[in-house]
Design a protein around this ligand. Structure first.
Ligand code: TRP
Length: 451
């Protein structure tokens, strides 16, 4: 029998969890969602969500994995055989499949921008012209699909040949490098003319925005998406923790959450200081980063192109590694449940993900822009279904399972809190606060309580 691989060190585990969490969710999604929901008010609700729902849920997911020592579906069923909790595992497979379909589209946009900076076309755009540059690209027939296909081919290739290890290793270098570039850009952003206005937008809440119930759903959804929660991924990660290295889940989870949030806030600073400098709108939708970030690069007196390529490359690697982990969920599911060889599973799942992603790629200005479902473009639709509904439901199952389905003693033993008072508080959060809040927010939105 082969021994299960485990994380060698606590730092290895921490790095892997941070690498999973930091991705397009921080760089692409956070700023445009924050912009859409009024900036400071959204950030405030987001922070509350992160600490009273996200963090306790992450500790719960790690605990299930540590107990089950396996992937999400098996860890659930091992920990509580023949109980309905296993639905949480299944839901994770569906959700990750849906998410990676549009995630790969966005990684394709990043790749196109790298290409544009390398060939020099992006640098030549005049100040304020990046919006048009982006729209020309995104509305250009099937061109965005071509970039999506390239990304999917890379993902399939990596999963097929199993060189995933290399990518994980590189997170040790690329993650800190990305942080460094972001810090530099944020400092630069703060020297721009619109800095004060941008910072006020991001950090000073406009209280009237809080009256909108979809803000809460968006905040919960974004916190789950950004922390890779609600789909059993962190259960799987916890499954690699050996009993020896894997103690004290709360402090690891806290670090992951804090680091992930810092990445998002840094990006927010860069984006909004720039938006108010170039006189753009703060609610530009999914293309926002691709319009605003290049303006920063192009305005820099020296080295803008170098920073641009470096930044885009790091985002590309981060996005790619997230897409690979997301796709791997479906691949290993197909291998286990349908009994396919790895090669076959990768090809079939890869084709399905690609097919589902194509309408998303065509929906942001291309031929399918006017094809709206519930008033949403196809990309927004898949994104909303997963982030606003499936992820919170997945998270709900996890907290109910650990809070109520599990014996208190077992839950506390796996989580391994140092301080008994905090342990009690955690139990309170996952038993009452998190499930009740998630439920209320879901119901308010399902039954369409309009702002
Ligand atoms: N958290 C990732 C991001 O911010 C997205 C993500 C969600 C993810 N679930 C995941 C990445 C699972 C890897 C594995 O971009």
């Amino acid at each position: 029998m082969k021994l299960r691989e485990t994380w060698g060190t606590r730092t290895g585990f921490l790095l892997a969890a941070v690498a999973s969490a930091v991705g397009l969710g921080n760089i692409w999604r956070f700023p445009y969602i924050a912009g859409e929901y009024g900036g400071g008010a959204f950030l405030l609700v987001y922070l509350v969500c992160i600490f009273i729902i996200g963090l306790p849920t992450m500790i719960a997911e790690f605990s299930i994995g540590k107990k089950g020592q396996s992937d999400a579906v098996e860890s659930f069923s091992k920990t509580a055989p023949a109980k309905p909790w296993i639905i949480g595992g299944w839901l994770g497979v569906i959700t990750s499949f849906l998410i990676v379909s549009f995630y790969a589209v966005i990684v394709g946009w990043v790749l196109y921008y790298i290409f544009s900076y390398l060939t020099g076309s992006a640098q030549q755009v005049e100040t304020g012209g990046m919006g048009e540059f982006f729209e020309t690209f995104i509305g250009n027939g099937f061109i965005p699909v071509v970039w999506q296909l390239i990304v999917m081919a890379i993902i399939v290739g990596i999963l097929y040949f199993g060189v995933k290890k290399g990518i994980e290793l590189s997170n040790k270098i690329f993650m800190p490098a990305l942080a460094l570039v972001l810090v530099i850009l944020a400092i630069y952003g703060m020297t721009l003319d619109g800095a004060a206005e941008g910072l006020a937008f991001l950090f000073v809440p406009d209280w009237s925005a809080l009256a909108n119930p979809s803000l809460y759903l968006a905040a919960v959804g974004q916190s789950f998406f950004s922390l890779s929660l609600g789909m059993g991924i962190m259960v799987t990660y916890g499954g690699y923790l050996s009993k020896q290295t894997g103690s004290r889940l709360p402090s690891t989870a806290t670090r992951v959450v804090v680091l992930d949030t810092l990445f998002a806030i840094l990006v927010g600073i860069i984006i909004f200081t720039t938006v108010f400098t170039i006189g753009g709108e703060s609610d530009q939708g999914p293309g926002m980063v691709f319009v605003v970030m290049p303006e920063v690069f192009n305005q820099m007196a020296v080295g803008g192109s170098v920073i641009a390529v470096l930044f885009l490359f790091l985002v590309f690697i981060g996005g790619l590694s997230s897409a690979i982990s997301l796709a791997e969920v479906s691949v290993s599911f197909a291998m286990r449940q349908v009994n396919l060889s790895r090669g076959k599973a990768v090809l079939i799942i890869g084709a399905l993900i690609t097919a589902l992603g194509i309408p998303s790629a065509l929906s942001q200005g291309g031929p399918l822009s006017d094809f709206l479902i519930f008033d949403l473009s196809f990309l927004d639709l898949v994104d909303t279904i997963t982030d606003s509904y499936f992820l919170p439901i997945g998270g709900l199952i996890v907290v109910l399972f650990v809070g109520w389905g599990w014996k208190t003693k077992d839950a506390l033993e796996e989580a391994d809190f140092k301080n008994p008072a905090i342990a009690k508080f955690w139990l309170f959060l996952i038993r009452f606060v998190a499930p009740i809040m998630i439920l209320i927010i879901l119901l308010a939105n399902i039954f369409g309580i309009e702002a």
